[in-house]
Ligand binder design. Sequence first.
Ligand SMILES: O=C(O)CCC(=O)C(=O)O
Length: 309
Amino acid sequence: MSLLLTDAQLAEYKDNGYIVVRGLLTPNEVAETREEMRRMIDDWYDDFESSGKEGPAWKEVVQRDPAVQRGDLVPESRYRAVRKLYRMTTTSSFFERQARHKKLVEACQQLVGKDIRLLQSMALLKPPGTAQKRWHQDNAYFRLTPIDVMGCWIAIDPAFVQNGCMHVLSQSHGNGIALHRMPEGSEGMTEQGAVLYSLADIPDETQVTPLPMEPGDALLFHGALKHFTPPNRSNVDRYAVQYHYAAAHCQPTVCPIDMENSVKATGGPGDDDKRHAAFDCDPCVEPQFWFFRKAEMTVVGEEKGGVYI
Ligand SMILES: O=C(O)CCC(=O)C(=O)O
């Protein structure tokens, strides 16, 4: 295995809970990523316009802004109607290959262990006007132990403070998972419940580090690092892709159903029937499920032509 990360970077990750790797993706790979995101959105719209239905699979992969869905907001383009693509590796061979990208996999192996699972993939489009992503620790959603869990957030557009770049609380990864809850006055576990579920105590602004990044730069961060992104107050998009990996030896500490109940208990009435329908796992049978979802894939094998197969 080649070593992408130097000893100094490994020490920095250990101390601070994150590192930024400049130019992890080449300009060509960045351009292909943007194209694939747009291709998926185009396919979704073609399907939607001909059938009039979102369809269950598409609804999960292509997540439109709720205001657009309600008809309260008319976006200037179909791309700006979409806030997030989710679990893209399940329908896109491009993203399935990208999640196995040699540099990505080898960096993750250096940080969390040789056998890794991809917990989830997402593309965060954050068009102008998009709200903040609240302060949180990613393992609050996964609840895996040990926290050999990490995120890899890759800028596809230039990311800066005004358009909502990543902000971290350096060295906040050492004390486990702090209390997360639904914000006061939120309406329980609606479709946005998982988005609203966030840290009860917001870090002091003066301690926070904004991380402006150029296209292709990657933020590798520990699953317990506190982080957030502010609203996009600019007039430009802020595309990013994000992969979460965990070492195969990680185990869930909370049964997903109990987890679900504790989220509900901190957040209002919820909608039992709707939430129940979101479960597709039996945690007692398949312990690698996180929260209420299954890991997307196991990354094993050998590197061939720049990807792990
Ligand atoms: O890209 C963003 O705005 C937020 C990403 C993030 O922190 C997350 O999805 O956990």
